[in-house]
Design a protein around this ligand. Structure first.
Ligand SMILES: Cc1ncc(COP(=O)(O)O)c(C=O)c1O
Length: 380
């Protein structure tokens, strides 16, 4: 029986058309885009074309796209860059308890340097309260950093409302859009986002490329100082093949985003319904409707997620767990812990995340394997 991959929120396979697009840039078109001779010119155009494709999917101008090495770098560039550039205006940053470590740990590092960080609590769906956000803003607030979609639960944040609130107070809004980009429509300009972190390997490009959208007028210092690449915003010779691949992946994602979202939502619903019908005492984590179409985070009462994960792996099924073993005990992830899940359920949380190569047949195979497995683990 073939292997089943249901961990697309962790990373995705490179799409065949993306691989085809990037390969020439390792051999034939190997130039440095900063070189003025023919070899450089050959690749400069390709980088700019990729920039246009990323911008088209993000809803911004091409000049507003700064290529980075990954989503983590983009998040760090946004947070550290604003903190440094606006230090004279204030030292207060607002984020939430359920952000990705790329945001949480950047904020923690700033806290250790004397910045004041507010981490908003979330409700049982993993959403911060907008009233609490408004109340947290003060005269020294320089940045609001809240995600577009949570990587563990898929819960979608009310990005437009957050952006509107930030705009009223003239505070920069950074949105970690790594998980949402290419899965749901994003229009940075219309939504009022100031900075948006994106990553290639979540949408069928290889690992090692990302981008930060920096809306014109945003005050930001670079993270990497070096040459004049990326209009002096990110030093370092560009990862040309990766950037070309990212552009191609954006083009592919953009051409069928609504249909693919519908297909993935159908598969996820089938999985969710099937589990609900076959296995007692389960709970879906995350918002029931405001959720990424590909993500199903589900808790099995009285089951240890790591045992379930290992047994699914033995059956050739790759998923990820919302719990981690820490000093011998299974602890719910920071995201699930912040959502105050019932402890009997929190330890048994598994994330299924589907993608381009997921099929109905795979969902049905998981539905055949899972019920006896959960029963066995509950009885052991
Ligand atoms: C929400 C979110 N932000 C940031 C990142 C980091 O992206 P990268 O793996 O490209 O560094 C991830 C990756 O899982 C993510 O899910």
């Amino acid at each position: 029986m073939g292997l089943i991959y249901m961990d697309y929120n962790a990373t995705t396979p490179v799409k065949p058309a993306v691989l085809e697009a990037l390969l020439p840039f390792y051999r034939l078109q190997f130039g440095n885009p900063s070189s003025i001779h023919w070899a450089g010119r050959q690749v400069r155009g390709a980088v700019e074309e990729a920039r246009e494709r990323v911008a088209a999917l993000a809803g911004c101008e091409p000049v507003e796209v700064v290529f980075t090495s990954c989503g983590t770098e983009a998040d760090n560039m946004a947070i550290m860059g604003v903190a440094s550039a606006r230090r004279g205006e204030g030292n207060h940053i607002i984020t939430s308890r359920v952000e990705h470590p790329a945001v949480l740990n950047a904020c923690l590092a700033l806290e250790q340097q004397g910045y004041d960080i507010t981490r908003l609590e979330v409700d049982r769906y993993g959403l911060p309260d907008l009233g609490e956000l408004a109340a947290a803003i003060n005269a020294r607030t320089i940045l609001i950093s809240l995600m577009f979609a949570n990587n563990e639960t898929g819960t979608l944040f009310p990005v437009r409302e957050i952006a509107a609130l930030a705009a009223v107070h003239r505070i920069c809004f950074h949105c970690d859009a790594v998980q949402a980009f290419g899965k749901v429509p994003i229009d940075v300009k219309r939504m009022g986002i100031g900075l948006a972190a994106l990553s290639g390997h979540k949408i069928g490009a290889p690992k090692g490329v990302g981008a930060l959208v920096v809306r014109t007028g945003t005050k930001l210092h670079p993270l990497l100082y070096g040459g004049p690449q990326e209009r002096n915003r990110r030093g370092g010779t560009e990862n040309v093949a990766g950037i070309v691949a990212f552009g191609k992946a954006c083009e592919l994602a953009g051409s069928g985003i609504a249909d693919e979202a519908k297909r993935l939502a159908f598969l996820c619903d089938r999985l969710e319904r099937g589990i609900g019908e076959r296995i007692p005492h389960t709970r879906v984590n995350g918002h029931p409707t405001e959720r990424l179409p590909n993500t199903l985070n589900i808790s099995f009462r009285d089951v240890a997620a790591d045992s379930l994960l290992l047994n699914l792996d033995l059956a050739g099924i790759a998923v990820s767990s919302g719990s981690a073993c820490s000093s011998g005990t299974l602890k719910a992830s920071h995201v699930l812990a912040a959502m105050s899940l019932d402890p009997a359920y929190a330890r048994g949380s598994v994330r299924f995340s589907l993608g381009a190569e997921s099929t109905e047949d795979e969902v049905d195979r998981v539905l055949a394997v899972l019920p006896p497995l959960v029963e066995r683990l509950r009885n052991s």
